[in-house]
Design a protein around this ligand. Structure first.
Ligand code: PMP
Length: 429
């Protein structure tokens, strides 16, 4: 399988020390020791073009973020039971990026905790427990949230209070308006919950449908589903862990593309550029019941170092105009991929928003049969060319392309060249 002896030894050591639940990317796993901007380096000094990491969103080891972290770590790190300006300064700066109705923010360390907190607040506010998610959603690792993360597969039993709806797939949809179709499924899920005596609490969706296979168009398609959940007295939670912080190129959040104001928004991954900070933003009325009955203390959530990092990340996004770069470089990248689609039949669909791009590979365009094996081959082939991406979707045939937001045209060109070479090398179907 081409894995060198040193890496084979590391894999054995991982298994011995970390046990069986971890998974590595690629048949020849990548060993990394350093990162800078869009580049990752192995111990031999080889560089890999990172077209996949949406966590190090402003670029690996961005000096402004690193300096903010080091500066605050040298001064004070405590928690939210003391007064400290860092959390307030960051909260103010972050909330500026939200519609005015969303005026409270609570901090956690992971996206999973943010979703868990949103779930608890939704239950407290509505008096219900019923949750609706998409068929291949991923929302996190806690007991409650893993039970509403069907993408975890066979090892997970969905909660009794959880219902799934198909993702809004414009490529494979039956020709119906995707927004109306999703709303119809949400109404059916609500009816099913009610028939089982379960009051709905919320519709929770990743607004770019990352693990479902990346669905972005047409903008606005989420509105009818959100209207349906609100008609049932329940809430809409936008999981912005993947699309948030400018990635979609149209404002800071995926939900903005849909012309919506969610009841709660959960944040994570790119929020700290790799440092573990996450959070939940809410309409104040939704936190009233939860907050009056429950004390919330998260030891590390909202600590001064994390908040200094979060603030530095926002400064870089603003200072380097990264939302605009996501729009411009994303459009350029999609154009390049569409040009490849004219030459390579296997590319069935190119979709996405900003620097969140999905490319669906199919064995035949008419039947849209998923080209699952070829997708894995392509992802591994790119890795051998030191270009890193991954795949998603129910048949793992959607290339998931999500570089740091400092990805420029020159990097897109490198990626497209590698794609062209790999597509050419694929055996004809
Ligand atoms: N929501 C979505 C949409 C995610 O992709 C993830 C992580 N992959 C999470 C939540 C959970 O975040 P974390 O891993 O930080 O707990």
């Amino acid at each position: 399988n081409g894995v060198a002896a040193r890496e084979q030894a590391m894999i054995a050591r991982r298994q011995k020390l970390l046990g069986p639940a971890y998974r590595l990317f690629y048949s020849n796993p990548v060993h990394l020791v350093r990162g800078e901007g869009v580049w990752l380096y192995d111990p031999d000094g080889n560089r890999y073009l990172d077209v996949y990491n949406n966590v190090a969103s402003v670029g690996h080891c961005h000096p402004h973020v690193v300096a903010a972290l080091a500066r605050q770590a040298a001064v004070l790190n405590t928690h939210t039971r003391y007064l400290n300006d860092t959390i307030l300064d960051y909260a103010e700066k972050l909330l500026v990026h939200f519609p005015p109705e969303l005026s409270h923010v609570m901090f956690t360390c992971t996206g999973s905790e943010a979703n868990d907190l949103a779930y608890r607040a939704a239950c407290a506010h509505t008096g219900g427990t019923g949750m609706i998610v998409t068929q291949l959603a991923y929302h996190g690792v806690t007991v409650a949230i893993s039970e509403m993360s069907p993408s975890l597969g066979g090892g997970i039993t969905l909660g009794q209070q959880v219902r799934t709806v198909p993702a809004p797939d414009l490529y494979r949809g039956g020709g119906e308006d995707v927004g109306e179709e999703m709303a119809r499924h949400v109404r059916a899920a609500i009816a099913d919950l009610q028939a089982c005596g379960i009051r709905p609490a919320a519709l929770l969706v990743d607004t770019i449908f990352s693990s479902d296979g990346v669905f972005a168009d047409p903008p606005g398609f989420l509105a009818p589903a959100v209207a349906a959940i609100r008609d049932a007295g329940a809430l809409f939670i936008a999981d912005e862990v993947q699309p948030g912080f400018g990635r979609t190129g149209e404002g800071m959040w995926g939900f903005s593309r849909h012309g919506l104001v969610p009841d709660m928004v959960t944040l994570g991954k790119p929020m700290g550029n790799g440092h573990p900070i996450a959070g939940m933003v809410a309409r104040p009325e939704i936190l009233e019941r939860f907050g009056s009955r429950t004390r919330y203390f998260n030891t590390f959530g909202g600590n001064p170092v994390s908040c200094a990092v979060g603030q530095a990340v926002l400064e870089v996004i603003e200072g380097e105009d990264l939302v605009r770069n996501a729009a411009e470089t994303g459009a350029y990248l999609r154009q390049g991929l569409m040009a490849l689609a004219e030459r390579f039949e296997i590319i069935g669909d190119v979709r996405g928003a900003g620097l969140f791009v999905g490319v669906e590979l199919v064995a035949d365009r008419a039947g849209k049969t998923p080209a699952t094996a070829e997708t894995a081959r392509l992802v591994n082939g790119l890795r051998d060319r030191r270009v890193l991406i991954s795949a998603a979707g129910p048949a793992a045939n959607v290339l998931k392309i999500r570089p740091p937001l400092v990805f420029r045209r020159e990097h897109a060109d490198l990626f497209l060249e590698a794609m062209e070479a790999e597509l050419t090398a694929l055996p004809a179907g």
